[in-house]
Ligand binder design. Sequence first.
Ligand SMILES: [Zn+2]
Length: 397
Amino acid sequence: VSDAPVRYTVRMADPHAHLFEVCIDIPAPAPEGACLRLPAWIPGSYMVRDFARHVISLQATSLPADLPAPAPETGDGHADEDSWSRHGTPVAVRKTDKSTWQCAPCAGPLRVRLEVYAFDLSVRGAWLDQSRGYFNGVCLFPAVRGCESAAAQVGLVRPEGQAGLGWQVATSMRAQDVDSGGFGTYTADDYQDLIDHPVEMSDVDVEPFEVAGVAHRLVLTGRQRYDVDRLTQDLQAVCREHHGMLPAPDDLDRYVFLVHVADRMGGGLEHRWSNSCIVARDMLPRAGMAADDRRYARLLALLSHEYFHLWHVKRTQPAAFQPFDLGAEQYTQTLWVFEGITSYYDTLALVRAGVISEATYLELLAERIGAVSAHTRPPAPEHCREQFRRMDQAVQA
Ligand SMILES: [Zn+2]
């Protein structure tokens, strides 16, 4: 039995067809055959998405047990292709439900190759074209049953051709052996960690700044003109404001804002060491913009919101989600606690940090009250009042 970790190698195989290729090397498949499963939903966005529907092909190959296992792929990723193509034998794969693949038993190391269609411009999905590659692990990395709590490796292969020359990798995943652009090998502690670091690969703008002694990076894609200094300074002030209220978690040794600029806003998603947001072009600060621009205030509120989640939800986790069952719906009535409290502080931090005026704060608050009351029937549902009573008792106890 090999102690070598499962390794997921990602290639931007066909940007025109929006296809990622993922090779999963499993050094010691289970005796009953390796079983692989993609999550149905992604933590932080609590709807079933069935990411497996974007897998358009999946094949498995094994090597004879008496052949030394090939070295992990490095660099261009083709180093050990020979061994696999010469000695590998196909392994039968059976789909047992919409997200699960069961491979037949085999003696030696197993390689599973999948093609994933990546044309979902959202913070939950995966995207690949000639201008950028972006993915969440839930889209590309099936969990290997029995290996969920073991460390895993990720290989990111630099795309061939002109486009890939200036590209850089931006992610909070822990780098192990990478080139100057960040392509190479990354590591994850376990499966939960593996899917908690969205990855951006493109021509990115990176603005470093520091908060509470922790290195932060603001990464923007979809280049345009904007007042980069103002955005970086305001964001730093907002992060400082949160740190003034909450102690920095011991394991917070880095933080990355991944911001993709598009035609319209596409929301945000929190992670432990990063967040991923899609914002509209006209939300960015421009030189000569009014001090109290409402659209820019909404951009700051979004970034502030996802940042606050690094404490609330990512580290103070709802009991309902312990442990996560990523295969099916997990029902909870406490979403208002994770999202409501976060929403309260996202905007409050802006006025406290002095990056918006009190008048703008009240306007944003009014907007939000309007939006919430449009979707709920007053008074608050009984379960909310009951939860609130219990929280109130717990606080007073
Ligand atoms: Zn949220």
